[in-house]
Design a protein around this ligand. Structure first.
Ligand SMILES: [Zn+2]
Length: 321
C-alpha cells in the first residue's frame, strides 16, 4: 500500500512537505488524502517557528487532472500556537505556498492551467475544454484568471496605436492602447473621451508616433497632449474609409445610370421601339434562374411554389433530346 501511495505521489508530483496517506481511484476521479509533514512551520506575521499544534482541519482542493481523471486532494492542515510573546498572532495556520495559496480551493498549478486555457481559447470554450481535460471550471473563473494576468508594462511607449472597443456593442465604448513595437495591449481606458485620452498621453511624453482612426477625438487628444508626436491614420481605417468612399461613388454612378436609362426609354415611342424579347433560355438556365427567383421570394411565396412544384414543371420548356 505504501509503495502504491509513493507511486501516486510521484505521479502527481506532490511537493516536499506533503505526504499521501490514502487514495481512492475510480474511472473518473483520483482522491488523495494528504498530510503536511513540514517541521516547525513559521508564523506568517513574526516569522518565528512554532511546534505546538493547536488543532487541525481538512481542506478540499482540486488539482490538475491525471490521465483525464479529475484529481481531488483532501488536505489535513494544522494550526499552531505562535509562542513569540511580542507577536500579535497567537494562532496561525501552516502555509503550503507556493503549491497552495492560503484560502484557495484549487492548487496553484491548476490556476495556472486555467490561465493558459483561457488565454488560448476564451471563457466559454475554455470551460468546455477544461471539463474534457478533467479540470472543470466555470467560464467566469477562467475569465477572472485571464483578467488577473499582469499586463505588459506601459512605462515607455514610443509608437502608440489607439482605437476604441465596445463594452456593449454600439452603446458603450472604451479605448484600447497598443504598443506598436511590442504589439502588446498596454492599457484600457473606460471611455473614448478626449479628456481621458489626453490625461493618459500626458503621462507618456516619450510618445513619438500616434497611429489612430480618422475620427476627430483621438486626433485632438494627441494634438493637445502629445504635440511632439507625429500622427498617422492606421491601415485598417484607411482601407475602411476607402471602401466606404468607393461604395458612395459607385452608388451615385448607378443612380445616374438608371436615371439616364429611364429618360431614354421615355423619349423613345413604344411603336418605334424594337421589341425586346428575352433571349431564349436553355432548360438548365431556366431552372437556374427559377431557383434564383425562389431565393428572392418571401417565405410564404416559397411555400406556395414548393406546394405547386409539380404543376410548375409544366411551365418550364420541355427538355430537348
Ligand atoms: Zn507570530
Amino acid at each position: 500500500m505504501l509503495e502504491v501511495l509513493m507511486k501516486i505521489e510521484a505521479l502527481l508530483g506532490l511537493p516536499e512537505g506533503l505526504e499521501a496517506v490514502s487514495s481512492e481511484v475510480t474511472d473518473q476521479e483520483i482522491t488523495l488524502t494528504v498530510v503536511s509533514t513540514q517541521q516547525k512551520p513559521c508564523c506568517p506575521l513574526c516569522g518565528s517557528s512554532a511546534s505546538r499544534v493547536h488543532s487541525q482541519y481538512r481542506r478540499h482542493l482540486t488539482d490538475m487532472s491525471c490521465a483525464g481523471r479529475r484529481v481531488r486532494l483532501i488536505l489535513q492542515v494544522r494550526k499552531f500556537f505562535c509562542d513569540e510573546k511580542t507577536c500579535a498572532r497567537k494562532i496561525f495556520t501552516e502555509r503550503l505556498v507556493p503549491f497552495i495559496q492560503p484560502w484557495a480551493r484549487v492548487t496553484t498549478r491548476f490556476f495556472q492551467a486555467m490561465e493558459d486555457i483561457g488565454l488560448a481559447t476564451s471563457g466559454m470554450l475554455g470551460a468546455r475544454l477544461g471539463k474534457r481535460l478533467g479540470m472543470p471550471a466555470s467560464w467566469m473563473t477562467i475569465l477572472r484568471r485571464v483578467m488577473a494576468c499582469p499586463g505588459a508594462s506601459s512605462e515607455r511607449v514610443v509608437q502608440l496605436g489607439i482605437d476604441d472597443f465596445s463594452f456593449r456593442r454600439g452603446r458603450t465604448f472604451g479605448t484600447m492602447l497598443v504598443d506598436l513595437q511590442s504589439h502588446q495591449v498596454i492599457d484600457l481606458l473606460p471611455d473614448r473621451a478626449v479628456e481621458t485620452v489626453s490625461a493618459w498621453m500626458r503621462m507618456h511624453p516619450e510618445i513619438r508616433l500616434v497611429s489612430r482612426d480618422r475620427a476627430g477625438d483621438y486626433a485632438s487628444a494627441a494634438a493637445r497632449a502629445a504635440p511632439q508626436a507625429r500622427q498617422c491614420a492606421d491601415r485598417f481605417h484607411v482601407l475602411k474609409n476607402l471602401g466606404e468612399a468607393l461604395e458612395g461613388v459607385l452608388a451615385r454612378h448607378l443612380a445616374a445610370h438608371r436615371t439616364s436609362q429611364a429618360q431614354q426609354s421615355r423619349a423613345t415611342p413604344l411603336s418605334d421601339a424594337p421589341s425586346k424579347q428575352p433571349p431564349k433560355q436553355s432548360p438548365k438556365e431556366a431552372e437556374l434562374s427559377q431557383a434564383k427567383r425562389e431565393e428572392r421570394l418571401p417565405a410564404t411565396s416559397k411555400l406556395w411554389l414548393y406546394a405547386n412544384r409539380a404543376s410548375r414543371k409544366w411551365l418550364l420548356p420541355a427538355k430537348s433530346g
